[in-house]
Design a protein around this ligand. Structure first.
Ligand code: FAD
Ligand code: NAD
Length: 466
């Protein structure tokens, strides 16, 4: 029997960050991970491989279309999909090995296998050969992540009907890819395959893409993606799928009901959300139960069972790697008795399409619903000199500030490289900055970040470059 201070179930961004912080703080920590590699969904089949394909496909598309030619670069690219997948897999392998290195550096143990809670402070790990290891611990952190939500009638086989993992490793470019769900995964992976030559149709139940993002930002992104050739069928639902050796026939109806139409596709991506993963954890042995979706509730990362904590996708809040990471560090600090908390109001959100969409804080819709008086400062990338010379002028920066105090309440960016720029506003908002604070801060020229400053200036109608 091995004795630890903390046993962490799951080696994703929640689990591995908790393990590393525990090691840093001198706890005897072990991370239990059933996959062959560390890094969880994010590193293995999520954030990282999707960004690898987004990057490669963006360059291919630029070379294939008119973008390179307009810059005076004349090339005739040929797609080597096997190489594109290989470089993605190699990058992923490097990253997962990196977590192993960080574990060694911080004296964290990794036990390969699936963890099961047998009772308070007791975990059994079963490895791939059926071998068992018993662990005794003061605290247990559940960081078991999430899995794709299934769609009844459209069964994922990862041959023709794919989840995100299947869509990240296709060996051919689809002729027609139908994406069910216009959320983050649908738009990012739809973009990858559209850029590589597929016809892409996105079927979305609601009357808008990406519910939850600022309405104006969402509409702008949808317009750009439509111009790139992605076809959107909003307010529509898929009711059944028939699979053959070569493709899938989908029945699609208006969301409100009505006449069905048939859509033929050679591949279908089901991306209608993810659900917490808690199967086979032995929760009943410590008196815990999930809600209907499988989610474990928490109060300050504690479950209702003493000594059992929960972080990341498996519990409430946005299913994002950086949210899991923040919770991991705060959870460990609480375990050692330090004061720490996650600021859930300031978790940024990014969609890595072209243009990108990045936001933090409240949307206009949320502020209106709260009845909060606010001012809007907007600045289009068409008026930003760096975006102009780079021919990347789609989108805008929008700053929402309190009408009375000028405090920044929300920031919504659609445009080039905005994923890298939203951090400026995360820091500013963490320090309760006003729009004027950003407006008075010198930004380097020529950069796209000047658009962020101009938007802040425009909260008082004082942008100088439009
Ligand atoms: P996970 O990363 O899911 O890790 C949980 C781990 O626990 C898994 O490895 C699993 O094998 C293991 N596990 C489960 N049960 C047990 C058990 N009983 N014993 C041992 N191990 C167990 N988020 C972003 O912020 N940015 C992005 O760009 C982004 N892109 C994404 C793209 C895709 C295609 C997908 C699917 C997701 C993406 N996400 C992104 C979401 C992100 O991957 C998750 O929010 C994040 O991985 C959650 O971390 P986690 O540690 O809670 O869970
Ligand atoms: P999502 O919640 O982002 O989007 C799901 C979409 O499917 C929604 O628009 C929803 O209205 C729609 N939908 C639901 N049921 C439907 C149905 N029956 N028919 C048609 N449409 C339907 O979910 P996702 O795109 O699957 O992503 C899952 C999670 O992964 C997200 O919560 C996200 O946080 C995370 N993720 C993040 C990133 C990123 O940060 N860039 C990238 C990928 C995934």
């Amino acid at each position: 029997m091995s004795i630890y201070d903390v046993v962490i179930l799951g080696g994703g961004p929640g689990g591995y960050n908790a393990a590393i912080r525990a090691g840093q703080l001198g706890l005897r920590a072990v991370c239990v991970e059933g996959r062959a590699t560390l890094g969880g969904t994010c590193l293995n089949v999520g954030c990282m491989p999707s960004k690898a394909l987004l990057h490669a496909s963006e360059l291919y598309d630029a070379a294939m279309g008119t973008e390179f030619a307009n810059l005076g670069i004349e090339v005739k690219p040929t797609l080597n999909l096997a190489q594109m997948m290989k470089q993605k897999d190699e990058s992923v392998a490097g990253l997962t090995k990196g977590i192993e290195f960080l574990f060694r550096k911080n004296k964290v143990h990794w036990i390969k296998g699936w963890g099961h809670i047998d009772g308070p402070g007791k975990v059994t790990v079963t490895d791939s050969q059926g071998g068992k290891t018993e662990l005794n611990t003061k605290d247990i952190i559940i960081a078991t992540g999430s899995e794709p939500t299934p769609l009844p009638g459209v069964d994922i086989d990862n041959k023709r009907i794919l989840d995100s993992t299947g869509a990240l490793s296709l060996t051919e470019v689809p002729k027609h890819l139908v994406v069910i769900g216009a959320g983050v995964i649908g738009l990012e992976l739809g973009s990858v395959w559209r850029r590589l030559g597929a016809q892409v149709t996105v079927v979305e139940f609601l009357d808008r893409i990406c519910p939850g993002v600022d309405g104006e930002a969402g509409k702008t992104l949808q317009r750009s993606l439509s111009k790139q050739g992605i076809n959107f069928k909003l307010s529509s639902k898929v009711t059944s799928a028939t699979t053959s050796a070569t493709g899938v026939q989908l029945s699609v109806e208006p969301a409100a009901g009505g006449t069905a139409e048939l859509l033929e596709a050679d591949y279908v991506l089901v991306s209608i959300g993810r659900r917490p993963y808690t199967q086979g954890l032995g929760l009943e042995n410590v008196g815990l139960a999930t809600d209907k979706r499988g989610m474990l509730a928490n109060k300050g990362h504690r479950t209702e069972a003493a000594g059992i904590w929960v972080i990341g996708d498996v519990t409430s809040g946005p299913m994002l790697a950086h949210k899991a990471e923040d919770e991991a560090m705060v959870c460990i600090e609480q375990i050692v008795g330090k004061a720490a908390e996650v600021n859930y109001d300031l978790i940024p959100n990014v969609i890595y399409t072209k243009p990108e969409l990045a936001s933090v804080g409240k949307t206009e819709e949320q502020l209106k619903a709260e009845g909060r008086a606010y001012k809007v400062g907007k600045f289009p990338f068409t008026a930003n000199s760096r975006a102009k010379i780079n021919h990347e002028t789609e989108g805008f920066a929008k700053v929402l500030a309190d009408e009375r105090t000028d405090e920044i309440l929300g920031v919504h960016l659609v445009g080039p490289s905005v994923s890298e720029m939203i951090g400026e506003y995360c820091v500013a908002m963490e320090f309760s900055a006003s729009a004027e604070d950003i407006a008075l801060t010198c930004h380097p020229h020529p950069t796209r970040s000047e658009a962020l400053r101009q938007a802040a200036m425009n909260v008082e109608g004082m942008a100088t470059q439009m």
